[in-house]
Design a protein around this ligand. Structure first.
Ligand code: DAH
Length: 339
């Protein structure tokens, strides 16, 4: 019998495990409910009385040995796992990294800024929640202008009026109130209008505002600057035209059209078969606006423009539905991986 004890003790001592399955097979053999040491206890009945004591002692020793070894094996496995975490296996094949991409609206904004920075413009910003003064009154909007109506603008409070800004022109006022001319600034940002969402309209979109104030700034400067911009943003052969228009904060005012980037003038449903698409508004800053900001209109003049970033992005990449910009569909966004 003592040989059997020795054999088992040897087996326990030399047992080694390198994973949870092996540990489990140890546990089933030496620790679990119907284990091999339990069988030995059961054999006590048949052992002659004078040997019972020694037998019992040996079985107990074996049991303790198995318990200690079990704890040792558990500890060994735990520290091995901790070690592996510290030293990852460098021979494993790499995990495939998915690269994100720049959102097309961001790409257009960045390109816009790049073009204007080279001709001396800086970048400024203002709040998306605006007061009446900056969004309307200082921009020369009359008391009864339709943009001041509840159905066009998202008001947060009435009297005094606080609203989500309807355009980035509010930033013009903030810049002119705080800085002395010469001013050359671009103000990108989100704007909000109470409109139903469709392929061509959204209640949240982005604009890029431009403002240039100095001595002797003329309409010729406005035209030349925008010619330059359009050729840089689109292609060298892109044509531009100015259509007389009206904005309360500019005089004279002009709508900016460019030759259609989709059909190149042949006529398509994007340009409504005219060959031209509107990209924004512009004009010479109204003297009343300069006065409202403490700038002397006798000494200074300037031009301003505001363009839709979504519109320009749609023309750049031939995107036909505005809703794609906010749906976050990776199949759409992935196409801009190289930007
Ligand atoms: N704020 C105008 C709009 O949202 C666009 C605009 C027109 C901005 C003429 C200007 C400007 O700075 O001079 O419709």
């Amino acid at each position: 019998m003592s040989d059997r004890f020795k054999e088992l003790a040897e087996e326990i001592k030399s047992f080694s495990v390198s994973n949870d399955e092996q540990l489990e097979s140890y546990r089933l053999r030496f620790i679990g409910r119907k284990n091999i040491i339990g069988d030995l206890f059961a054999q006590m009945r048949d052992v002659p009385n004078e040997e019972k004591k020694a037998f019992g002692q040996s079985v107990n020793e074996l049991k303790n040995l198995a318990q200690e070894k079990f704890q040792e094996l558990i500890n060994g496995l735990n520290s091995r796992e901790a070690e592996e975490e510290d030293h990852p296996d460098l021979t494993l094949p790499p995990v495939d990294n998915e690269f994100g991409s720049i959102h097309p609206l961001t790409a257009t904004r960045q390109r816009f800024i790049q073009i204007f920075e080279r001709i001396g413009f800086n970048v400024s910003s203002g709040p998306e929640i605006e007061d009446d003064w900056h969004n309307f009154t200082a921009l020369n909007f009359p008391e009864n202008h339709p943009a001041r109506e509840m159905q066009d603008t998202f008001f947060i409070e009435k009297n005094p009026d606080i609203a989500l800004r309807t355009h980035t022109s509010s930033v013009q006022i903030r810049v002119m109130e705080n800085e002395k001319p010469p001013i050359r600034t671009l103000s990108p940002g989100r704007v909000f209008r109470n409109e139903a969402i469709s392929a061509r309209a959204h209640c949240v979109f982005h604009q890029m505002e431009g403002l240039y104030i100095d001595k002797n700034v003329s309409f010729a400067d406005l035209k030349q600057t925008l010619y330059h911009f359009v050729k840089e943003m689109f292609t060298k052969d892109t044509k531009i035209r100015f259509r007389p228009s009206y904005f309360p904060f500019t005089e004279p005012s002009a709508e900016i059209d460019i030759s259609c980037q989709i059909c190149h003038g042949d006529g398509c449903n994007i340009c409504k078969y005219t060959g031209w698409v509107e990209i924004g508004g512009s004009g010479m800053v109204d003297p009343n606006v300069l006065k409202n900001c403490g700038i002397d209109p006798e000494e200074y003049s300037g031009f301003a423009f505001g363009m839709g970033i979504e519109r320009i992005t749609m023309l750049r990449y031939g995107i036909k539905d505005l809703r794609l910009f906010t749906e976050n569909d990776v199949r759409f966004l992935k196409q801009f991986n190289s930007l």
